[in-house]
Design a protein around this ligand. Structure first.
Ligand SMILES: [Zn+2]
Length: 163
């Protein structure tokens, strides 16, 4: 996966956190953490690649952002703009994550399957998967991922042909 992201100056670290909470994260030091509770949803390597790819995308995006001039402070004050930006960031991380996983040789269909499992998991526990509006509506994310799928599959096929 690190090769697929192709940011050679990054020293990625991958850690599994012993916690039942279904969560994953990336720190500012490029440590990608996946809680052991997440394995209920990832199921296999491709599922894990979905989660890791998404988190790596956040870090990759951050690295790109540093090279660009800062985002207008004016905009940041506006909560609604902030929310929209977060939406876009999450959907972009989904897309970039699919690209990375495909490039690393994992079938990008797994991203959609993973998110379907996540929706069912939340529903079964009576949780609203869109709780706190921290992440964009999951149906919108799924729709965007489905739209991106053909492109990711092209990338995945390229990988398969190289083997
Ligand atoms: Zn995210």
């Amino acid at each position: 996966m690190a090769e697929a992201v192709s940011l050679p100056d990054k020293a990625w670290e991958f850690v599994v956190v012993d916690s039942n909470a279904v969560n994953a994260f990336v720190t500012h030091r490029d440590e990608v953490g996946v809680n052991s509770g997440m394995f209920k949803l990832t199921i296999d390597d491709a599922g894990l690649a979905v989660v890791v790819g998404h988190e790596m995308a956040h870090a990759a995006k951050r690295a790109q952002g540093k090279r660009r001039p800062g985002i207008s402070k004016e905009k940041r004050k506006n909560a609604e703009v902030d929310f929209v930006r977060r939406h876009e960031n999450e959907m972009e991380a989904d897309r970039m994550g699919m690209y990375y996983m495909a490039k690393a040789g994992y079938d990008p269909h797994a991203a959609i399957q993973f998110w379907m499992r996540a929706v069912l998991y939340c529903a079964a526990r009576g949780h609203d998967s869109n709780a706190k509006r921290k992440h964009p509506d999951v149906s919108l994310r799924l729709k965007a991922m489905e739209e991106y799928l053909p492109e990711a599959i092209t990338e995945y096929r390229k990988y398969a042909q190289c083997q």
